[in-house]
Design a protein. Sequence first.
Length: 417
Amino acid sequence: MEELAIHGGTPVKTTPFGKGSRFAGNELKYLKEALEQNTLFYWFGKKVKELTESFASLYGAKYCMATSSGTAAIHTALGAIGLTAGDEVITSPVTDMGTVIGVLFQNAVPVFADLDPDTYNLDPKSVEAHITPRTKAIVVVHLAGNAADMDPIMEIARRHGVYVIEDCAQSYMCRYKGRLVGTIGDIGCFSLNDFKQISAGDGGLVLTNSRELYENCFKFADKNYNRLANDMAAMRKVEYLAPNYRMTELQGAVGLAQVEKLPDVCAKRNRFGERISEELRKLPGFYPPKVYEGGYHTYWFYLFRIREEETGFTAQELVDMLKAEGIPALKGYIPACIYEYELFLEHTAYQNTHCPFDCPHHPEPVVYEHGICPSAEEILETSVRINFDEFSTEEDLADIVHALRKISDYYQAKKKS
Ligand SMILES: *Cc1c(COP(=O)(O)O)cnc(C)c1O
């Protein structure tokens, strides 16, 4: 039996994790071309257009438009469907604030549905239970690179006449029953922030097959100016409020080069994640994320659950033991469900008012408190996150798997003795 590093044994990981340069492809070439255009404005230059064309073609989607961030992409999608005061949007409580920022800026109310214990994504039954006459859309988060159960969600949405917006900020190239997520709902939204599978520093992408939604998105991200009209009077016919979420040609240039690498980056993450899952299935009390038949998980991070009764240790104890073995790990994904953030608990989206939670357009009470999504809360308490990327080596992978097995074997042997 190997002595655990946390008890003074030799750590598993003795070599540094693999590293590499993310921007060593065509980034510099395209940036130079962008600068030589003598304009960095998306409407006059070519790079943002090339980026959106290449992304739409990679995804087999009819339309793609670019925004300044993933948060902007989601807000743009919400603006495009006409989200407004008094509306509700059902979404996941385990996500980035970017999922709900646009909802709040449209003065609509986020409603949190509970999660499936094995995919950590929206549970369709809970989604349906939260539908009211005010529900305008469901924002489906595909967490960590894994698909939510889209078939029942789409069925529920169609039956109730609500839009489905997919938040794919963590889930490039992820597939659900063979289909790319981001092309299943009405609109798919992606992030190019620096921490995602690919980066343009910041940036966002919106996919849709609807000409009408595409035109609405295009306008909404650009002050509601209708540049597609190509006529000054029509362009400045501004009917309602919209922000400036334009992407610059510099982001477009880097994003274009990054999209070229996307399938390879995601294939590597998929292979590493699947290998770890294969090992975890053999260890008592370890539960890898569930991937639906025909699915493809692209592991923006690797999140799995443990059951203390079977493992003999908690998620936090496993994190500490992994760290001692030289494998960085974290408990859960975020410290608490987002409805436990002060903004929600105190209804303080806007200062000196409780809008949109208590306002004439939404007279029904809105309650955010601990306990409203028990499965989501339990997921955060009992899960562990491990990171790897396209530069991780076979040795890194072997060490991650070895450390997990070493810790599990030690506790299982202790149980028997
Ligand atoms: C990163 C992220 C966002 C926001 O993207 P930004 O580009 O940082 O604005 C939204 N939703 C999810 C699930 C994310 O992970």
